[in-house]
Design a protein around this ligand. Structure first.
Ligand SMILES: Nc1ncnc2c1ncn2[C@@H]1O[C@H](COP(=O)(O)OP(=O)(O)OP(=O)(O)O)[C@@H](O)[C@H]1O
Length: 813
């Protein structure tokens, strides 16, 4: 991967006076802007920033900053202390300032000295000399150049702009990207990547950005998925699914992947954060000598971004992965890693005594060591640029990292300036220097395989739409004349088979529509989209809110004035409702305050949407809320559509995630405040209130889901009843029609019967006459002879009359 042909430039620090005007002999240091400035041990000469931002120049008694236990000297330093060092001290380091191709960008972030370091009299050993150089205080010639160096006052937002925003932007265009936090324990990896409520880290900022970019990209549709895993003792566990333990790494044409990892489709920034919060709950964390909440595992959070153009502009699916790798290192691990670079046995031996090396921690440490050792080897090999074997397979971390090294990569190395950690910081800088030489080849991914979910969904949607069209056509023109005749005949006969077939088709159509709506709901598009997508589906159902949380939150609690425009707008109305404390259930979907707290730069991205553009998907949600809270205290009437129910259920899930996240933050704060109860009191109270509030919201939502479920059921049974009545009425009509026909038949039959009866009577009369004739013929033989009729002739007559009698009798019957 790496090329050996690239010339390594000599250090620009060689043989020239370094920019630092301060003496390496200073015994203590302070920070000036982004620079660590040496300072004396003299208490009178030391200035600390107190919590109100002022100076306490009286003594070394430090004032705690609001958010954590670190100390700042934000404005000045004792000018008498620094002494310019002699030029001959400059020995220079191999600084890479020119690059032949793309290589991993490396950023260094200093954290301020913390309380513990101050108390034990730590000095500033390394400092940011300008925004590209890290220099050693005691030996100013020892300096390293990087893409960017941030001093202790830099905010995570500033770090994000340089280290992560370009990666996020490229990822949105289909280029794989990785942001990688690396550093010794307690150096600030979690602070940088996660941050806290007051200073959101790179992950929440990146998530926010992703949704803003979607909003600003009309004409494309996006599907986002997340996964979150940890590598603990060389075992991969799924943080989004506690049952997913000991997962295996597999390889296919596109690189390595974790088999069976749970991937969740996400719809909003709050949604993503709720998954992270849920995942954090399952992560292995433990305390060591340096950090109460030291991470005991590497965690990898992956955001998979798929996108494709709409309709005719369909250009295949662009797919990228934005991964955040957190190298969680405890002290022991770190030294072993450094030993790879420098002196394994001595460093490991001497440093391991500093760390807790008991039982479980030692075991964890050795596993982390192994993976970081391999990482060091891999980075070393790649930086050498030789075509030698790169041992990716030697650890789970490097195996999973393998494909990421072919995309945009950014390594953020967090360091402490403290003299007690001087060697560790030096080793981090060396590692970072090596990583900077790793060349990467980023290319835009175009996915044509079946794994792409967006493609799968799109295919499914088009198949379903075709089916739906056929079904519609079949209903209108597919019924031929003969069928119509049969249908009429069958209807005439009172048989409603065809009717039920039509009903079945209607049902199938409705089910298909439903499915299409469900699938399209997962695809994110900008509300600025002018290209019509799936025309069958109403836009408000098709488009899910991008950054819906942002808008809801952004307009939430602060929106106090209701103007006429706002009143027309369901979303704003909700925001206004949400701001009204008298409402039992406030709609404030802030994810543990992230959205409220996100810095101004991230909010600019969503400003335009907040200003007035409403996303139709949000309207759907808004409809639900308005539905629920139309009118003060008005109870919810009637059932909701399944889409609305789905969204409410989604809301409940998001709230549950947010509660989990807030609870873990609360736990952390409570633990932190054990020694100093006043420090985070207000934060704790706010969090407790927030959790209570969210619980109440969740309960209310659940209640409404149940109620609307019941309402739907009763609505459903009412509809069923109506249908049954209609059916019965139709049957009744048919039966009465039948009855009419039968009555008419009956009348005819009656007439016929009457005719027959009279015929019968006539016949009876004839029979009687004939019988009389017969009797006279058979009763008096003599008289026949007397009448001159022969005996034979008389018999013949008798028989004839007899048969006529029988015939007439038969006719009568
Ligand atoms: N740049 C910074 N500014 C202010 N405080 C910071 C900064 N970086 C870190 N801290 C604070 O230092 C402490 C330790 O930081 P953090 O937990 O982020 O270290 P870590 O590198 O993740 O440690 P581990 O590897 O043990 O998990 C936290 O209290 C954090 O708030």
């Amino acid at each position: 991967m790496a090329s050996s042909s690239r010339a390594r430039s000599r250090s620009p620090f060689s043989h020239r006076k370094p920019p630092s005007p301060f003496s390496s002999t200073s015994s203590t240091s302070s920070f000036v802007r982004n620079k660590l400035i040496p300072r004396t041990c003299s208490s009178s000469a030391t200035s600390y920033l107190n919590s109100a931002g002022g100076y306490d120049s009286r003594s070394r008694t430090t004032s705690r900053s609001k958010s954590d236990s670190v100390y700042y000297d934000s404005r000045g330093y004792n000018a008498s202390t620094p002494v310019a060092h002699a030029p001959e001290e400059i020995i220079g380091e191999p600084l890479e300032t020119s690059r032949s191709g793309d290589s991993i960008s490396v950023t260094i972030r200093f954290r301020p000295l913390n309380e513990r370091e101050f108390q034990r009299g730590d000095e500033i050993a390394w400092y940011a000399d300008g925004d590209k150089t890290v220099r050693n205080e005691y030996n100013p010639a020892t300096a390293y150049a990087f893409d960017r160096v941030f001093g202790p006052h830099a905010t995570s937002q500033e770090v994000y702009e340089i280290a992560a925003r370009p990666v996020v932007q490229a990822a949105m265009e289909g280029v794989n990207g990785t942001v990688f936090a690396y550093g010794v324990t307690s150096s600030g990896k979690t602070h940088t990547m996660h941050g806290d409520q007051n200073a959101p880290g790179i992950i929440p900022l990146a998530i926010k950005d992703v949704f803003s970019i979607i909003q600003d990209t009309p004409g494309r549709e996006f599907l986002l998925r997340v996964s979150y895993l940890e590598i603990y003792n060389e075992v991969i566990n799924d943080l989004l699914d506690p049952t997913g333990q000991n997962l295996r790494v597999r390889e296919d044409a596109q690189g390595t992947y974790v088999e069976g990892i749970k991937e969740e489709v996400v719809l909003s920034p709050g949604h993503v954060l709720s998954f992270i919060a849920a995942g954090e709950e399952h992560r292995h964390v433990g305390s060591n000598n340096f950090n109460l909440f030291s991470s005991r595992s590497h965690t990898i959070f992956t955001l998979m971004i798929e996108s494709s153009a709409h309709g005719d502009e369909y250009d295949g699916v662009v797919f990228s992965q934005l991964e955040k790798y957190f190298s969680r290192i405890n002290g022991l691990t770190w030294y072993c890693l450094c030993s790879l670079i420098q002196n394994l046995i001595d460093l490991a031996g001497s440093e391991s005594s500093k760390t807790e090396t008991t039982g479980l921690r030692r075991k964890e440490g050795s596993y982390i060591n192994k993976s970081l050792l391999t990482l060091g080897t891999v980075i070393g090999k790649l930086s050498e640029g030789k075509a030698s074997h790169v041992p990716y397979r030697d650890s789970k971390l490097t195996r999973l990292l393998q494909s990421s090294l072919s995309g945009h990569g950014h390594l953020i190395c967090t360091v402490t300036p403290a003299s007690s950690n001087m060697e560790e910081t030096h080793n981090t800088l060396k590692f970072a220097s090596r990583a900077k030489r790793v060349e990467i080849y980023a290319s835009r991914n175009k996915i044509i395989d079946e794994k792409s979910l967006i493609k799968k969904y799109q295919k499914e949607i088009s198949v379903l739409k075709e089916e739906l069209d056929h079904l519609r056509q079949g209903m209108l023109i597919g019924v031929n004349h003969e069928e119509l005749m049969t249908l009429r005949q069958k209807l005439e006969e009172g048989q409603v088979k065809m009717q039920s077939r039509l009903e079945e088709e209607e049902e199938a159509k409705a089910a298909l529509m439903n499915r299409i709506q469900r699938l399209t709901k997962l695809i994110l598009v900008s509300s600025k989209n002018s290209i019509s997508g799936l025309s069958d589906v109403p836009s408000h159902q098709r488009i899910h809110s991008v950054g819906e949380d942002d808008k809801l939150d952004g307009q939430g609690a602060d929106t106090l004035v209701i103007d006429s425009e706002n009143q027309k707008d369901p979303l704003t109305s909700i925001a206004v409702l949400a701001s009204d404390p008298s409402y039992e259930l406030k709609h404030r979907r802030s994810s543990s305050g992230w959205n409220d707290e996100l810095s101004p730069t991230s909010s600019t991205a969503t400003e335009s949407t907040q200003a007035g553009e409403l996303i139709s998907g949000t309207k759907l949600l808004a409809d639900v809320w308005l539905h629920l809270y139309s009118g003060r205290g008005a109870s919810f009437q009637g059932g909701m559509t399944s889409d609305q129910m789905d969204l409410l259920a989604e809301q409940v899930k998001v709230l549950a995630g947010e509660i989990a996240f807030s609870s873990s933050t609360l736990k952390r704060l409570l633990d932190q405040s054990a020694n100093d109860p006043d420090s985070s009191k207000s934060q704790i109270q706010n969090l407790e209130r927030e959790i209570q509030e969210k619980r109440r919201q969740m309960r209310a939502l659940e209640q409404h889901i149940i109620e609307s479920g019941e309402a739907s059921i009763s609505n459903a049974s009412f509809v069923e009843m109506q249908q049954t009545v209609m059916k019965l009425m139709t049957q009744c009509n048919e039966k009465s029609f039948e009855l009419e026909i039968k009555s008419a038949d009956n009348r005819i039959l009656q007439e016929q019967l009457q005719n027959k009866c009279s015929e019968n009577e006539e016949l009876q009369a004839k029979v009687t006459l004939l019988e009389q004739q017969l009797a006279s013929l058979s009763g008096d033989k003599l008289s026949s002879s007397a009448h001159g009729i022969s005996e034979e002739h008389a018999d013949e007559l008798r028989k004839k009359i007899q048969s006529q009698v029988e015939g007439k009798r038969f006719d009568c019957h």
